[in-house]
Design a protein around this ligand. Structure first.
Ligand code: KG4
Ligand code: ZN
Length: 333
């Protein structure tokens, strides 16, 4: 097979990332410039600042990605760019650069959905993942169960009705004054705590559909913290984090396995920033094993936002002729 090099571009939120991906599975470079330190002091991502930072750093990141891969722009066979969902201003920066490159070099442009990208992060690592499979995408913006029927073909089984799983981790961490992003901070404290210490609710866990709801859990945790304060009881942060994290993990694992059983598929692929959580990875694997299901998860650095996953998705779409024209637009949700 002739080798195909895809330039991947990811600027949907607060990471400016450019990657060179070979044949959809080999990362030649994947440069991620995180703006986390800038947004941290605001307790979350400030859209206006995010767009400006993408604009400032994009060409430097592009150059670094090309240098590391040892190629020039002319060597690429397609430009894969995330065009939604995400922050409008941030997406527009990446898409504008992508269009300029594609136009100047007469290369195909391939729009990639951000969630689609998270799914394809799995193909960078696992060659034995085959459609159809169930994918659980859990991040700061999304909690979705998706039946991937074929390359580029998806059936969304359910989303969250309110907060995303990562969003509640971030909000509780913020409420406790622990910092941003909350997921990794809570995970670290949870390791030392007792997951059965506090019995938090698991909303919609056993509902007969594949929708999620995390806002009730968030309220219960906040209520518990306030109540302890009012009673002058000192908080055991480790126990609190372990119990809260366990509630989130239980909901995600239960729903995902139910979906695989209902749709009679044997493989499950995790993705999104929350998929970097070791407890989620371990429990999903363990519970799935009992039902004879196989679980795939990307390496942790490919769970959070990066352009490698966009390049991978772009390759498979290009191979299927799923290319876009210069009127490609961004969408926010
Ligand atoms: O995919 P991502 O980088 O960006 C979005 O598309 O949102 O995900 C970021 C989210 C944040 O909510 C963050 O707290 C969460 O992923 N996260 C984690 C972990 N690492 C990142 N959540 C739980 N455990 C982790 N280790
Ligand atoms: Zn993401």
């Amino acid at each position: 097979m002739k080798e195909k090099l895809i330039l991947g571009i990811e600027t949907s939120c607060d990471e400016t990332s450019v990657a060179i991906v070979k044949n959809g599975k080999e990362i030649l470079s994947n440069i991620v410039a995180s703006q986390i330190n800038i947004h941290r002091e605001y307790g979350g991502v400030v859209p206006e600042i995010a767009s400006r930072k993408h604009m400032e750093s994009f060409l430097f990141i592009l150059k670094e990605a090309l240098d590391k891969a040892g190629i020039s722009l002319e060597d690429t066979n397609g430009i894969a760019v995330v065009n939604g969902p995400g922050l409008k201003g941030s997406l527009l920066v990446g898409l504008s650069f992508a269009k300029a490159i594609a136009f100047a070099l007469n290369k195909p442009i391939i729009g990639v959905n951000h969630i689609e990208g998270h799914i394809y992060a799995n193909f960078l690592e696992h060659s034995n993942l085959k459609t159809p499979f169930i994918s659980l995408i859990v991040s700061g913006g999304h909690t979705s169960l998706i039946l991937v029927t074929d390359i580029g073909r998806y059936q969304v089984l359910g989303n969250t009705r309110d907060d995303a799983a990562g969003e509640v981790l971030d909000k509780i961490s913020n409420f406790l004054g622990l910092g941003y992003p909350g997921g990794p901070i809570i995970e670290k404290l949870a390791v030392k705590g007792n997951q059965n210490a506090i019995n938090f609710p698991r909303p919609l866990m056993k509902s007969p559909n594949f929708e999620f709801s995390f806002s009730g859990l968030k309220t219960a945790v906040i209520y518990f913290i306030k109540e302890q304060k009012n009673k002058n009881v000192s908080l055991n942060l480790d126990d609190l984090c372990a119990s809260f994290q366990q509630a989130v993990v239980d909901i995600l694992v239960y729903k995902t396995i139910s979906a695989a059983v209902k749709y009679n598929v044997r493989q499950i692929a995790l993705g999104g920033g929350v998929a970097a959580n070791q407890k989620l990875r371990d429990e999903l694997k363990e519970k799935a094993f009992k039902k004879d299901l196989e679980v795939f998860s990307p390496p942790k650095e490919l769970c959070t936002d990066n352009a490698g996953m966009i390049g991978a998705a772009g390759y498979y779409k290009l191979m299927r002729g799923m290319v876009d024209s210069y009127d490609l637009e961004v969408y926010t949700e």
